[in-house]
Ligand binder design. Structure first.
Ligand SMILES: [Zn+2]
Length: 162
């Protein structure tokens, strides 16, 4: 039986980084296969390869921190949202690496990455972007309805015009 309160805590976005338990945590194993049962558990080395993996200790499942955060902040517009990594929680450890690679290449993840990682990082360079015309980053970012980005943007324009 899942402890609902702890589950909510596990899924709360109050940090800037995904939850990745330390070496003291031992990941439980799940049974896979019908004819021949095999036991698979989450592998710690996966954190190093896919740093967006957010592990829930209550559910023994992972979410994609980037997609989840973009969704929570209402920034994910993709029509093909990868719900296993946003809300359901991914547990298919047997095919983990294959599914993580596929998710990382998905439209959903790329859009979330732009919204959460790339675009905020390009904001300080707006002045430079304006002087070089409309770069790709500027176009993507120009469509954003986020108040924060807009206010920083106008502040930068003012500074640029002075
Ligand atoms: Zn993702």
């Amino acid at each position: 039986m899942i402890n609902q309160r702890k589950l909510e805590k596990d899924r709360r976005i109050d940090s800037e980084a995904p939850h990745q338990p330390g070496v003291s945590h031992s990941f439980p194993k799940r049974k896979f296969g019908k004819k021949q049962e095999v036991l698979w558990g989450f592998q710690r080395c996966w954190f190093a390869k896919w740093n967006w993996l957010h592990y829930s200790e209550v559910e023994d499942s992972v979410l994609c921190f980037t997609c989840w955060k973009a969704e929570q902040e209402g920034k994910l517009r993709s029509t093909s949202k990868d719900q296993a990594f946003i809300s359901r929680g991914f547990t298919n450890w047997k095919d983990g690496p294959e599914c993580f690679c596929r998710h990382e290449e998905s439209k959903c993840h790329k859009e979330a990455y732009d919204m959460i990682v790339s675009i905020p990082n390009t904001v300080p360079n707006v002045g430079k972007m304006l002087s070089t015309g409309q770069s790709e980053g500027f176009q993507k970012w120009g469509g954003s309805q986020s108040f924060d980005y807009c206010s920083i943007f106008f502040l930068d324009i003012e500074l640029y015009l002075k």
